[in-house]
Write a protein that binds this ligand. Structure first.
Ligand code: GLP
Length: 242
């Protein structure tokens, strides 16, 4: 894994946004995989700023979000779709038909997962998958367990993960859904390039286990060690246990 340590979360946001803008200039039809969470917000705001400055163009780009809660309609402000609208999509020229999300209200969940995998394949696969990491080592909603799912699937969320997402629900843990849909580990590893961003001391332990520990489903992010071109962008606090 290529580890890059930058001084601050803002430095990560600025460099990664410029990197994506350059890639889009070279390949306007870039396919991006995108995460939610607090970590990528400065990056999304920076992309919106670059767009306003005329320095990035999403008119031919395609995006696939990593995951979504089950049971929230897309109009729900707490859904990941609403999150993306709020922090980025409302402010850039990405055509909505090319912004792909899992539908947490789908009547047939298994079919919805297959639909998503097919849509990714039809788009030619993901060129750059951006990721965050949970404090328990999850990526997307691939939770620590005895075994991981390869492809997009339906999953039960651990309490630690529900607590980490409670801020989206006004801090009310009881309101955080127990189930979600998520890309699987193979979906993620098949991206041509993977960029994990992690900031803050609360991520230092899971970052060290991801980079230096064994590859184990107990730390789903450790599977990124198997990727041919995985980068890990950290601030000093997240890198402090390496
Ligand atoms: C959620 C998302 C993950 C994300 C994680 C970390 O569980 N499903 O994709 O990486 O949160 O979020 P944060 O960046 O807020 O720590």
């Amino acid at each position: 894994m290529r580890v890059r340590v930058l001084a601050t979360p803002d430095a990560i946001a600025r460099m990664l946004a410029r990197d994506i803008a350059r890639r889009l200039a070279r390949n306007p039809r870039l396919v991006l995989g995108l995460p939610t969470g607090l970590t990528p917000i400065p990056f999304y705001r920076e992309l919106a700023r670059l767009y306003r400055a005329g320095r990035v163009d999403f008119s031919q780009a395609t995006t696939f979000n990593l995951d979504e809660f089950v049971g929230l309609p897309s109009s729900d402000p707490r859904s990941y779709r609403a999150f993306m609208q709020r922090y980025m999509f409302d402010d850039v020229n990405l055509p909505s038909r090319r912004a792909h999300f899992l539908d947490g209200m789908a009547a047939d969940i298994d079919r919805e997962c297959v639909r998503y995998e097919r849509a990714i394949a039809r788009a030619g696969g993901i060129d750059v998958q951006i990721l965050g990491i949970g404090a328990n080592g999850h990526i997307g909603f691939n939770e620590p367990s005895d075994a991981l799912q390869a492809r997009t699937h339906h999953t039960h969320l651990r309490d630690a993960t529900r607590r980490a997402n409670a801020a989206l629900f006004g801090g009310r843990l009881a309101d955080v859904p127990h189930q979600a849909l998520s890309m699987g580990m193979a979906t993620i590893l098949h991206a041509k390039r993977v960029v994990m961003i992690a900031t803050g001391a609360s991520k230092a332990r899971s970052v060290a286990r991801m980079v230096q520990g064994p590859v184990t489903p107990r730390v789903p992010a450790s599977f990124l060690q198997l990727h041919r071109y995985a980068e890990v962008w950290l601030d000093r606090a997240a890198a402090s246990r390496l």
